[in-house]
Design a binder for this molecule. Structure first.
Ligand code: SAM
Length: 398
């Protein structure tokens, strides 16, 4: 049975949205349903996800909902503690030194917390980049980021710039993206004896619903190759998803970077773990007011939709684009390598020490963010040591 997209919060026992939020979701839902009708009754899930998250003025990331932080729907590592951004800043400094200067480009800046904390950490150590640019597709988030940097890192506002597309060729420095890859639209598939099926989005009882039919040749060959690369491990009925936008994104990035390092931080797995036969329902995950569930059709525009990252796919696409794979490790090992425990030693008193230790635990413990999140470094024209990858290197797991 399809859950009503607008009143489904009752079925899930989730907090009800206000009237304005409901009207907003209804407007986006109508636009999505119109597009499904105009497309002959179905659209790919990647298109649905693109609209639900990024439809101009209406999508979850494009419109005005709070999204990140305690008052929003989910919390990211930079929101947990400024120590995360300070460690990332430390890693950037090593690269900027090797390059003799350069810029930082952040993808998907969220609330602007990471930018403000990184700029402050870089300023404190006298290692500011020439410019700190944020590539943000959401106009609403861009405004929020500007306010955040203006209030918490005012001295660095002048060197902070916003852009809505990649710069032209010639970028030198460090590109950082925390929890951006998981927000890219994915295609959903089902593995059956009769072939590869695509899980698309149609309409049932006036609601978006899953519709399954034979995949087109492009998706079929991607999924067949994926299965073959794993030794054909799936039983019929196995469902998962893949991100068709990774290759084009990394290629465009490679052409924009003249020399530097790309640091990608996200939740996900190496391929064999991602597509493990037991993970038979994929990794789609939705967040609404700090509740996680798996119905992407619930309250479009008011909830986050994400999928884990296949880091093997990222590495393959990056190397095919021309990047060198410089490192792959867990968030815990990255932060430890980048010196996070030094903050305990530098704490002013016992209370601060306890506070810092608690933050480190949240960022590094296995049950928390420590091993569910991974960090990947891609490089072009830079070969120096990256301390975040000096403790454990898990490239052999990809
Ligand atoms: C889950 S939020 C993470 C925000 C922030 N990085 C953090 O860690 O708090 C995802 C972010 O990625 C952005 N985003 C998604 N796709 C993008 C793309 N292709 N280019 C740039 N930003 C993108 C969204 O607008 C949003 O700011």
């Amino acid at each position: 049975m399809a859950t009503d997209a607008i009143s489904g919060h009752r079925a899930f026992g989730l907090p009800p949205p206000g009237d304005a939020a409901l009207a907003h979701s209804r407007e986006l839902l109508d636009r999505i349903l119109d597009e499904i009708r105009e497309s002959g009754g179905e659209i790919g899930f990647d298109r649905y996800m693109q609209m639900a998250l990024y439809a101009p003025g209406l999508g979850y990331y494009s419109a005005g909902a709070e999204k990140l932080g305690e008052r929003g729907d989910f919390v990211t590592a930079p929101e947990v503690s400024p120590l995360f951004s300070a460690c990332l800043a430390h890693q950037c400094v090593e690269v900027l030194r090797e390059l003799g200067g350069g810029n930082i480009l952040e993808f998907g800046g969220g609330s602007g917390t990471m930018a403000a904390d990184m700029l402050n950490a870089l300023g404190d150590t006298g290692s500011l980049p020439g410019a700190y640019a944020i590539l943000e597709v959401s106009g609403d988030l861009r405004e929020r980021q500007r306010r955040q940097v203006a209030s918490r890192a005012a001295a660095h506002l002048e060197r902070t710039h916003w852009q809505d597309a990649l710069p032209g060729p010639g970028f030198r420095g460090v590109v950082v993206a925390n929890e951006m890859l998981d927000a890219m639209p994915v295609c959903c598939f089902r593995w059956e004896q009769r072939g590869v099926l695509e899980r698309r989005v149609g309409i049932g009882d006036g609601q978006p619903v899953w519709r399954t039919g034979l995949a087109d040749p492009a998706l079929r060959s991607l999924v067949t190759d994926l299965s073959a690369s794993l030794g054909n491990p799936w039983e019929p009925g196995y469902e998962s998803e893949l991100n068709p936008g990774l290759g084009p994104w990394l290629e465009a990035l490679y052409h924009a970077v003249d020399a530097g390092v790309v640091l990608l931080i996200d939740y996900g797995y190496p391929r064999a773990e991602y597509y493990h036969p037991q993970r038979r329902e994929g990794t789609l995950l939705c967040h609404y007011r700090h509740r996680a569930h798996d119905d992407p059709f619930f309250l479009p525009g008011l909830q986050d939709i994400s999928a884990n990252v296949d880091f093997t796919a990222v590495a393959e696409a990056a190397v095919a684009a021309g990047f060198a794979l410089q490192g792959f490790t867990t968030q815990a090992q990255f932060l430890l390598g980048a010196g996070i425990t030094g903050f305990v030693e530098r704490a002013g008193d016992d209370l601060e020490r306890i506070h810092v230790a608690q933050q480190i635990k949240r960022l590094t413990l296995p049950g928390e963010m420590g091993d569910r999140f991974h960090v990947m470094a891609l490089s072009k024209g830079v070969t120096g040591r990256l301390s975040g990858f000096s403790l454990r290197d898990f490239r052999n797991r990809l």
